[in-house]
Design a protein around this ligand. Structure first.
Ligand code: ATP
Length: 433
């Protein structure tokens, strides 16, 4: 089994990620997050929001609609230029992306010895179309947003007018995006429906390069602080012919994944592309007036655009550890679906179960985000292994000594060491802020 297969299998077996609409044979490029997956995903999004919005005075949040007036996508250039080069295999009519060398090579090898011929590359637009309205003939063609970004830029003036923000400032957003990807694959890495977490930071054009460097470093620090291994993370600058139509400069944060170095997050200098396009096409003035300097300008935008699903996948891959006799997900405690598990030593001793239930409810009342797990099946060793596999940092066992001394054992996921702690000190011992 390759390491990606192992992650896919763990994700399915333990309820992190399932194939979308599986009982009907699935739908390519869609995935459903199970009971543990939704917790991991929400924890990632919560940490993003904490670091971007709650801990900064210069950033506010926004949640724009997925469906937008189609003129937005014409103005932003997506109708004309949001495309990948598509080629078709002349033997089997499989369609692939011409710029994905590994996939092209693998496909050619699958035709064992035959010389594969490809059609000339055609530009294939990635926007997903939908129809809106109740009268069949009058239905309006709309697009499911291909990036969450535009919902922020069309609200630039609304945010300025309704808040006290002054440049430089940013708008953060998390939400779903949709792309008709030619070759979805590598598990959730390339999906057709996925979630993005972004910051659009508006600056005076003169300060753009300074802010660009600042945000590159900040985003890398964020991933490292949540436990990504430093040697598996790097920056890569886009070649000129690789850059998206809006980008003046583009660097990716890449991760050394089970299928090679891959894009995790893009940091782009979008210049004044978006605001000038929306100004031109909507006829609304998008300029900013700096009161102090008595200067009017179209701000430049520094964007940090990460994928939530890629974060789930890469945090899982990075946390996956096999030891001699156990599998551990060494997730950062802030990301772990359960921060703590509570076990009564024996399920058939009501006094132990009662005490364990009390501790469970004490912990979840104290901080609901601890999301304690409960297990009273099988022996303690099996319960530990089961929690190790899903990344629970601490396991608390209530035993007979608990009833005498009001102490419990806490067992640490990574070292497997146990220590005895007073029940009164428990919240301090397992709390995660
Ligand atoms: P790629 O080159 O892999 O197609 P991209 O450069 O088109 O990605 P961006 O448009 O910069 O990606 O999107 C920003 C982020 O959104 C990416 O870094 C990634 O984390 C996420 N993302 C983009 N496309 C997908 C997808 N199809 N599935 C999952 N996440 C995606």
């Amino acid at each position: 089994m390759t390491s990606l297969d192992k992650i896919v299998s763990l994700a399915k077996r333990r309820g992190f990620i399932y194939p979308g609409s599986e009982i009907y044979g699935g739908l390519s490029g869609t995935w459903d997050y199970g009971p543990l997956g939704v917790e991991l995903k929400n924890n990632i999004k919560r940490e993003f929001w904490k670091s971007m919005v709650y801990s900064r005075e210069d950033v506010v949040g926004l949640d724009a609609a997925i469906l937008m007036n189609p003129k937005v996508w014409e103005a932003s250039g997506h109708v004309a230029a949001f495309a990948d080069p598509l080629v078709e295999c002349k033997f089997c009519h499989s369609r692939l992306r011409a710029d994905q060398n590994e996939e092209i090579k693998a496909h050619e090898e699958s035709h064992k010895g035959k010389k594969v011929e490809w059609t000339d590359p055609k530009q294939f637009n990635l926007l997903v179309e939908a129809k809106l309205g109740v009268v069949e003939e009058a239905k309006q063609k709309v697009y499911l947003r291909g990036e969450i970004t535009q919902g922020v830029h069309v609200n630039f003036k609304n945010v300025l007018d309704s808040s006290r923000m002054q440049i430089p400032f940013g708008i953060a957003q998390i939400g779903k995006a949709f792309r008709n990807e030619i070759t979805p694959g590598n598990f959730t890495f390339r999906s057709r429906e996925f979630e993005q977490m972004e910051l659009q930071y508006y600056v005076n054009p003169k300060d753009a390069s300074r802010w660009y460097e600042y945000w590159k470093e900040e985003r890398m620090k964020w991933y490292l602080a949540l436990g990504m291994t430093k040697t598996k993370m790097r920056f890569r600058q886009h070649e000129e012919n690789e850059r998206a139509h809006y980008a003046r400069d583009a660097w990716d944060i890449e991760y050394d994944s089970p299928f090679g170095w891959k894009e995790f997050e893009g940091i782009h200098n979008r210049g004044d592309w978006d605001l000038s396009q929306h100004q031109k096409e909507s006829g609304q003035d998008m300029a900013y007036f700096d009161q102090q300097k008595q200067e009017k300008f179209l701000p430049y935008i520094i964007e940090t655009s990460g994928g939530v699903d890629r974060a789930v996948l890469f945090f899982l891959a990075n946390a996956y550890h096999e030891e001699k006799d156990r599998l551990i997900l060494k997730l950062h405690p802030k990301l772990a679906p359960h921060k703590v598990a509570v076990f009564p030593l024996l399920a058939n001793k009501p006094e132990l179960v009662k005490k364990a239930e009390e501790i469970y409810s004490q912990l979840s009342t104290f901080n609901p985000q601890l999301n304690p797990a409960w297990d009273d099946r099988g022996n303690i060793g099996k319960r530990y292994y089961s929690q190790d596999e899903i990344g629970t940092p601490s396991c608390i066992t209530v035993d007979f000594q608990t009833l005498d001394e009001n102490t419990v054992t806490i067992r640490d996921r990574d070292t497997a060491k146990q220590e005895r702690v007073k029940v009164d000190d428990l919240t301090k011992a397992v709390d995660i802020k």
